[in-house]
Design a protein around this ligand. Structure first.
Ligand code: MIG
Length: 669
């Protein structure tokens, strides 16, 4: 059962697209809200008193556990490359939570549909208080209660929520293959080297990613002619080898009078402007850049069309980066920052604090709130609600809205720009992943979880993000396997891949300057081959499941407690997941261990497989295990997972690419 509570005149995010006509809508009636209390005055505040063991799920791409209780979160799309535990925001803004209480038998979901910053204090400040606050009193709040007849109450809430936000994006089949990326790949030679090394070892591969270095001095939609003599020919030669090349596109457009794209953006008023009417400019990779106003539908259509020349060259996948938007500095920020630094270094008696302040001023130039407050979007009047600037007038049906109030809409609408254009103008399915996101973007693309690190704890972080993202509609998801920042190690990469073979997006990616982490960089590459071949073998099950979850609005990754609501131990399992209705995984995320403890919520068959010879990754060893706790051996070159008793999953023979996989040849495990 769904109902909607409208407070003030909310901005319409277009994330909810299938709200049932018969459902109840309450306007400005906080007293009608059946759970906790809602206070609306200058701002918005929701409070709910939790019972000691109540659990909170959701929030998509965040830090923290599967159960989100005990932390404070800020929903604010942020470019933060260091994902340490205390951080409050990552790249996505996913304001959907489910509260579950065994004690008073209550389960309900809340979706705070709000485009600006939202603070979710999940019993962090006060032991038992959940509070959700927004600066503006204009918000759409959806309440989702489980269907009475459904025993799995949390899933019932999630599935109803998924039904109102529309079906999830489904990428082309090849996007389920293994993909290799690295910041630094920018030339045809780089791509060839990667392809040949994988091919030589018989390790399957479907795609190689191009990072910013393929561009001409980081200009979007340009190609560095030195790196590619004939780009189109190169792309098509790779296609003949069943390799897809996936270039990156950044949000900022280099501000320069000579370029066509910048000229067009200026002429048509497609870039964001400041209060003084000048175009907002901030430094990102190409230098000072303009930022397309993705909230303006005409600007979206224009930006989408810019991907076409690449598509005509044979490109069929993209990754949209820097679209929080990340700002390294702004023109105005740098002026005042440098002035402050000058004062500090002119000081004749420097001390510890004045020295540190220099550093703080420099770091503060990045992604600064002052900058986000300094520019404006032009938004269709009918969507803007009370966020429209007073007295700004309506021009061509558009009104001004200050960026910070709708910050979380930016990356979502950049990616939507491209995907809507493809839907209209391109026959082929295009792979699209975005770094920043908001609920609603799940209809247009997948996401990667940004700049994780080569840390063991980040395997566990991924595991916890996966089901939370599924709750919010994001199905085509994965992390940088091996870790983006810091130096990986052979064992860490193997363990990363061992969870990665189950994630729809399976990509190895790393940062410039870190240890090279393609699988062929390490000893005994056949161990990697065994694991990656197994991914291809499992695709009949995983791909079919993915399509079903997209079609029916179901979760692909589920916490154990969603499937086993009455199990006493399941709620405490924060490091295992169900995949679909048949299998369970229990990844290893600790160095130097021979295996781990696994909890089986029912009798299951343990499957152990991996290393074999050639393309054959060996037949699985099977062992029947009873419900309960077991210590299971998981050697570095083996994958262990569990199939529910009485269930069977379809697998196939491995192949070097998805194009060569025979999905019809089903073998049942
Ligand atoms: O400021 O394009 O998350 O995947 O390799 C860093 C370079 C910009 C951040 C992305 C990462 C990518 C990197 N980018």
């Amino acid at each position: 059962m769904i109902s909607k509570f409208v407070f003030g005149e909310p901005f319409c995010t277009e994330s909810v697209v299938c709200f049932p006509e018969a459902a109840a809508v309450y306007k400005n009636l906080p007293e009608k809200f059946p759970y906790g209390s809602i206070m609306v005055s200058k701002d918005f505040k929701f409070e709910y008193q939790l019972k000691t063991n109540d659990r909170i799920y959701g929030l998509g791409e965040t830090l923290g556990g599967i159960n989100k209780r005990g932390k404070i979160y800020e929903s604010w799309c942020s470019d933060d490359p260091v994902h340490t535990e205390e951080k409050k925001s990552l790249y996505g803004a996913h304001n959907f939570i489910v509260i579950h209480s065994d004690e008073d038998k209550k389960t309900f979901g809340l979706y705070f549909d709000y485009p600006g910053k939202l603070i979710i204090d999940a019993a962090y400040t006060k032991n038992d208080l959940l509070s959700v606050c927004a600066d503006e009193p204009h918000i759409d709040l959806y309440l989702i209660e489980p269907e009475k007849e459904n025993e799995r109450k949390i899933l019932s809430v999630v599935e109803q929520f998924r039904a109102i936000i529309g079906k999830s994006y489904v990428p082309p089949l090849w996007a389920f293959g293994f993909m290799q990326s690295r910041w630094g790949y920018g030339s045809e030679d780089d791509l060839l080297r990667v392809y040949e090394n994988y091919n030589k070892l018989g390790i399957p591969l479907d795609a190689i990613f191009l990072d910013i270095d393929y561009m001409d001095e980081f200009r979007d939609f340009s190609i560095n002619g030195k790196n590619f003599k004939d780009f189109r020919k190169a792309i098509n030669d790779f296609r003949k080898k069943n390799i897809h090349i996936v270039p990156i596109i950044d949000a900022g457009i280099k501000a320069e009078t000579e370029s066509e794209i910048d000229k067009e953006g200026i002429k048509n008023d497609f870039f964001c402007k400041k209060a003084d009417g000048k175009f907002f400019a901030a430094g990102v990779w190409p230098g000072l850049s303009h930022f397309a106003d993705f909230l303006n539908p005409a600007a979206r259509e224009w930006f989408g069309s810019k991907y076409m020349p690449l598509i005509n060259d044979g490109i069929d996948g993209f990754w949209n980066d820097m679209n929080e938007p990340a700002l390294f500095y702004s023109e105005d920020g740098i002026k005042s920052g440098y002035k402050k630094i000058k004062e500090l270094i002119d000081n004749e008696n420097p001390n510890v604090f004045s020295t540190w302040e220099v550093k703080d001023v420099v770091l503060g130039l990045q992604n600064s709130m002052d900058d986000y407050r300094s520019f404006y979007h032009r938004v269709p009047e009918k969507l803007a609600g009370a966020l429209a600037e007073k007295d700004s007038g309506v021009k061509n049906g558009l009104v001004l809205v200050r960026h910070d109030k709708i910050h979380n809409m930016y990356g979502y609408n950049m990616t939507r720009a491209a995907s809507e254009y493809f839907e209209k103008h391109v026959k082929e399915k295009i792979l699209m992943i975005s770094r920043a996101s908001y609920i609603g973007m799940h209809r247009f693309s997948g996401i990667w979880t940004g700049d994780n690190s080569s840390w063991w704890s980040h395997i566990l972080l991924l595991l916890r993000q996966l089901p939370s993202l599924n709750m919010c509609g994001f199905l085509y998801i994965g992390c940088d396997l091996g870790g983006f920042g810091c130096n990986t190690s052979r064992d860490l990469l193997l363990r990363y891949l061992s969870i990665g073979i189950f994630t729809p997006l399976m990509r190895n990616h790393s940062a410039l300057g870190t240890r090279e982490q393609e699988c062929y960089q390490f000893e005994n590459p056949e161990d990697f081959r065994g694991i990656i071949c197994l991914r291809y073998r499992l695709l009949p099950y995983l791909h079919e499941l993915f399509e079903k979850c997209a079609e029916e609005g179901k979760m692909y990754f589920k916490p154990l407690s969603f499937d086993y609501p009455d199990d006493e131990i399941a709620p405490s399992i924060e490091d295992q997941l169900m995949i679909g209705d048949d299998i369970m995984i229990a990844p290893v995320y600790t160095q130097n261990v021979s295996g781990r403890t696994v909890y089986l919520p029912e009798d299951m068959t343990m499957i152990s497989c991996g290393l074999g010879s050639g393309l054959d990754c060996g037949e699985p060893e099977k062992q029947e295990l009873k419900k309960g706790v077991h210590f299971v051996d998981v050697p570095l070159n083996k994958i262990v997972f569990f199939i529910k008793k009485g269930h069977k999953i379809p697998v196939t023979e491995p192949a070097l690419s998805t194009a060569e996989l025979d999905f019809s040849k089903k073998i049942w495990w």
